[in-house]
Design a protein around this ligand. Sequence first.
Ligand SMILES: Nc1ncnc2c1ncn2[C@@H]1O[C@H](COP(=O)(O)OP(=O)(O)OP(=O)(O)O)[C@@H](O)[C@H]1O
Ligand SMILES: [Mg+2]
Length: 252
Amino acid sequence: MMLEVREVYRSYKKTGNGFRRERLNVLNGVSFSIRAGECVGLVGESGSGKSTISRLILGLEKADKGSIFIEGKRVSEWIKENKGQMSVVFQDYTSSANPRYKISDVIGELLKAFGENEGIHGKVEHLLEKVGLPLSIANRYPHELSGGQLQRVCIARAISMHPRLLILDEAISSLDVSIQAQIMDLFYKIKKEMNMTILFIAHDLQAVAHLCDKVMFLHNGQIVEQIATSNLTDVQNEYARRLLYSVIPFNV
Ligand SMILES: Nc1ncnc2c1ncn2[C@@H]1O[C@H](COP(=O)(O)OP(=O)(O)OP(=O)(O)O)[C@@H](O)[C@H]1O
Ligand SMILES: [Mg+2]
């Protein structure tokens, strides 16, 4: 199993409201697993805890209870032993790229950090090509790019080490609709050409159905249903059905 999330709980301190030590329970026993090479979508409404799950998998924070295993090892241990083998693309591409770096350095950041010295230039050019950007932008700075271009740069960086696990956390949400479609095509190409396990997080069920083999629904802090994309219309859970029927009219 590439990724196994077992009975994970996560709560946060509620802000404001002085003395009471109330906590917001975001994840209430989340369990799921993803096999190597699978592309799995995670949908849920805003604030349902999708990014919390991605931060836990990335080792950026810890669960209150429960455990997460990557290839059978605890996250922190796996990360130490597999540098650069898990990466993420976030929604907010503007803060994901260091504004003082040239595009070539933004894309080459992980390659450099993980000790590649030879041939970075050639690799960056290859990555630019792969994500559909002209080589001429290599010397520009992030603020000189459009949102869609900059997100492509972040994607190029994320795949630069050819990670085994790629997390896409609302990676198209800040883009306008026509650019979203182009970036979805790019993800589709990456999925087909590079043999990675992908966790695609989105609130847009249509985008998920387009890319993923399987869909997981997050609601009230739990995965309430998991289903193969090909059987999507068979979902049983009430929340999942509501979400499904909210998009079906646009498909016909
Ligand atoms: N560090 C934190 N401290 C306090 N509350 C937090 C913290 N991080 C997240 N939360 C809260 O936890 C809940 C889940 O947040 P999370 O970012 O995981 O949601 P999400 O499903 O990714 O939402 P979106 O679709 O808007 O990205 C939210 O109510 C959020 O306000
Ligand atoms: Mg989020």
